[in-house]
Design a protein around this ligand. Sequence first.
Ligand SMILES: Nc1nc2c(c(=O)[nH]1)N[C@H]1C(S)=C(S)[C@@H](COP(=O)(O)OP(=O)(O)OC[C@H]3O[C@@H](n4cnc5c(N)ncnc54)[C@H](O)[C@@H]3O)O[C@H]1N2
Ligand code: MOO
Ligand SMILES: [Mg+2]
Length: 632
Amino acid sequence: MHSRIVKMESTKKSSVSSVGILTISDSCSKGSAIDASGPHLKELVQAQFNPKFIQYDIIPDDMDKIENTLLYYADVLHLNLVLTTGGTGFSHRDVTPEATKKILDKEAPQLQLAMSLASLEKTKFAVLSRAVSGIRKQSLIINMPGSKKAVSECFESVRDVLSHAIELIRNDLEQVQSVHRCVQDAQSHPPNKAEKTKSLPRHICPHKTGTGDGIDRNSPYPMIGVEEARRIILSKLRQYNRNEIASFTSFESPLDLPPFRASIKDGYAVKSGGGKGIKKVIGYVSAGDEINDDDFTGDCCYKINTGAPLPNHADCVIQVEDTKVIEIDSNVEKIIEILVEPSKDLDIRPIGNDLWKGERLFPDGCFPDSVSYPAMFASVGQIREFLQPKIGIISTGDELIAAGNELSSGKIYDSNTVMLKELLHRFGFTDIRSVIAEDSYKSLFERMKEMTNTCTVTICTGGVSMGDKDFVKKVLLDLKMDLVIGRVNMKPGKPMTYASNPQGKHVFGLPGNPVSAFVTFHLFVLPALRYLQGQEEQKLQLSVISVELLNDSIELDPRPEFVRATIISVKGKLYAEVTGNQISSRLQSICGADVLLHLPPRSSNQTFVSKGAVLDASVLKHDFISFYRNQL
Ligand SMILES: Nc1nc2c(c(=O)[nH]1)N[C@H]1C(S)=C(S)[C@@H](COP(=O)(O)OP(=O)(O)OC[C@H]3O[C@@H](n4cnc5c(N)ncnc54)[C@H](O)[C@@H]3O)O[C@H]1N2
Ligand code: MOO
Ligand SMILES: [Mg+2]
C-alpha cells in the first residue's frame, strides 16, 4: 500500500476535520498508471472542508485489502469522512461495493441516489456504477467511481450535506458511547430509559468525553478498553515497522556442528570390527587436537576425551567404565581390555548432528530471545547482538530532582527514570537514553522532538492528564504524530497516551504517578518493544497465570484494576496477597510485587472480590514466587 499522510493547518472550522481518500486500482497500486482521481478528490476536500488531517492511500482491487483499510480508517483513525475512488463498476475485479458493504453498520443509499442523478445528467453510463455509501462507527464512507471527471460530479452533488451528515453521526454516537462508558464505569447505576435519550443525559459520568475547554471540561479523549488499546498499538507497529523486523527464518548456519565426528564419552576409540578384548593404546586424543588420519589395526585403540575429534579410521567409542587397565607405565596406559562388544557408531556425534550447514538457526515456531539469539550466532562463529530498539525516556516535571542531590522546598526525587531504566534492563533492553523535561511547552517540545528523531520508542512519564502544565498530548499533536490513544479504562493508568507516525516512531505518554507508570509500562510499552525485537505476536504480553486470593475482601473500582501482589506457593498451589495500599503514588506497592492481579470492574452484581477468588495475574518477573510454605 502506498501511504501518505497530509496534514494542514486549519484556518476555518468544519466538522469534517479528518478525511480518508482511498484509491482502489490494480494499475495505480502497481505503479503502471498514475492516480488522477485520488489527488483530485484531495483538492476538492481541501477546498471544501480544509480538514486538519487527510490520509491518502492507493491499494489494489482486493476484497481483504479494501476491507482492512476501511476498518483501519474507521476503527483506528476514526476518520470523519472516507471517500473511495475506483472498483465500483461491472468488471470482474471490481469489488469495492462488496468490501464496503461488509464493514458498514448502516447503509445510506440516498447519497448514492444523489450522485447517480447528477452523473446521469452527464452520461447514461452512470447506471453502470454499483457504488454504496454508509456509516461505520463515527465514519461516513462513500464509494465513488474511478475517474477524475466522475469524482468531480459525485463530490459536487453531495458536498453540501456532508458536514451536517457528519455532525449527526458524531453527535448520535458520542451520546451512545458516553452512555456505554457510564454503564461500564458505574455499572451499579445503569442508565434508565430517560438517560439514554439525547436531551436527558442527567447522569454525570466522571469519565465522559467532552471538548476539554469552555464549559465542558472533560477530557476530549474517549476512554478505550485495555484490549482495544493493545490492538491499536499492535496495528500501528505492524503498519509502520513490520519491514524493519528481521525474519528469523532467513538465518542459515554457515557450518556443520560439530564440524568433525566427536566423541560423546571419555573412553577409547576403536574399530568395531576388532571386537572386544585386549587392545594396545597407540595414542591419546584430547578436545582441540587435530584429526588423526593414521590407519591402525583392530587390536589397537586411542584413548579419547569427550568432545575430541574421532581418528578417521575409528568407528566406535567404548566408555572408560566398560574397560580395564592391563598395563600402565608412569601414568601412561599401554594396554587395556575392552569388556563389551563394540558396535559401529557407538558414542559418536556425527558431523552436523547438532546443526548442519544450511540449516535454519531458528526453526519454525521457535523464536529466539535475548539469550538464545546471541548464543546461537556465537555457536556458528558470529557476533550478533539481539535486536535492540533505540529507546528514549523523558521524565517531565519541574518538581523532579535526581537522586543524590539535595531536596529543596516543593521538590521530589525522580523515581520514574530509574524505575523505567531498570525495568528495561530486566527485560533485556540496553539501547537507552534519558532526559528530564521541565513543565513548559517549549522544554517538552524540544526534548520530545529530539527523542522522537533519534529513538524508535520514546517513553515519557507525567504531563498527560488534565493539568494546565500537562503538555504531552499537545506536543505530540504539534509534532504531527497520530495520537490514537488518550485515555484507557484502567486503574491505575487512566491517562495513558500513545502516538506514532509513519516513520515508525512511537511515543508512550505514561501517567506521572510512579505506580501508574509501572503498570502501563508492563501492559503497553513492553509488548511494543518485544514486537520491535521480532518476538512472536502471541508472546508480546506478560505470561498470565491463575492464582487464589488470600486477602479477606477487596472493593472493586469502576475501572478494571491491576493490583500488585506477592505470590506464595503452598505445596505447589499459588496464592496472591496484595502489597498494601494501592494508591498510584505509593511506589512501595511495587516492592514484593510478583504479579499484577486482574480485578474486574465493579458491577451491579459484583462489588468486591473475597478470599478464595481465583483471579488472572500477569507475571512480572522470572522468579515470581516470593514464599514457599507448607501450609497457609
Ligand atoms: N482533573 C483531573 N486530574 C487528574 C486526572 C483526571 O482524570 N482529572 N487523572 C489523575 C490520574 S488517574 C493520574 S495517573 C495523574 C496523571 O498525571 P500526569 O501524567 O499528568 O502526571 P503529572 O501531573 O506530571 O504528575 C502526577 C504525579 O506524579 C508525580 N511524578 C511525576 N513524575 C514523576 C517522577 N519522574 N518520579 C516520581 N514522581 C513523579 C508528580 O509529582 C505528581 O505527584 O493525574 C491525575 N489527575
Ligand atoms: O490512573 Mo491514575 O494512574 O489512577 O492514578
Ligand atoms: Mg498532571
